[in-house]
Design a protein around this ligand. Structure first.
Ligand code: GDP
Ligand code: MG
Length: 179
């Protein structure tokens, strides 16, 4: 009998302050849309799906968007459950959103990935298309990444899709390795 391999579902969560571009990044990456039209449903769980081939395996990527709940400083624990990768996002033109990364990373570690130095997390510095008012240098971001378990770093734009393929390729490989 031929055994049918069930398609893996990999859950990738996006985290970061409100306004950094999480929803726009997802809409651009999954549906090539910018500016983003709002999701139809606002009832959690709120996620987009995309089929992909990762290391020769057919998988379904589920991208989970906090969809406004990040406004309340903390996201309830069930939202994090069974995540395979976390994509942290800040806005390079907003220092405060960079300062918040520590909090989001801690919340993410507490809720789903417990090993600080070996967890499937990547960091995006978003809005590079609009970097004239930049408040956070790449060096600063890389230092944060080095201090928090060598997190891969990408400077992205949801507007023109800069580095989104590369970033989500890495996120998917991390997710598969962590399933
Ligand atoms: P979220 O709260 O993190 O989901 O952020 P949104 O996706 O709602 O984006 C907040 C605002 O930033 C919106 O006005 C977007 O159009 C804008 N935005 C998001 N990403 C980018 C980007 O890469 N470049 C530029 N120029 N604007 C962006
Ligand atoms: Mg949003």
């Amino acid at each position: 009998m031929v055994s049918k391999r069930t398609k893996l579902q990999l859950k990738i969560i996006l985290l970061g302050d409100i306004g950094v571009g999480k929803t726009s990044i997802l809409n651009q990456h999954v549906a090539q849309l910018f500016p983003s039209t709002q999701f139809v449903t606002r009832i959690p769980p709120d996620f987009l799906v995309k089929d992909a081939t990762v290391n020769d395996r057919q998988v379904t990527l589920q991208f989970w968007d906090p969809a406004g709940h990040e406004r309340f400083e903390t996201i309830h624990k069930p939202w994090y459950r069974r995540s395979h990768c976390c994509v942290l996002v800040y806005d390079i033109n907003n220092e405060k959103s960079f300062q918040s990364l520590k909090k989001w990373l801690k919340e993410c570690h507490d809720a789903c990935f417990h090993d600080m130095h070996n967890s499937p997390v990547i960091l995006l510095g978003n809005k590079v298309d609009d970097g004239e008012k930049r408040q956070v240098t790449p060096e600063h971001a890389l230092q944060f990444c080095a201090e928090n378990g060598n997190i891969p770093y990408f400077e992205t734009s949801a507007k023109d899709a800069t580095n989104l393929q590369e970033a989500f390729g890495t996120a998917a490989r991390f997710a598969l390795g962590y399933k």
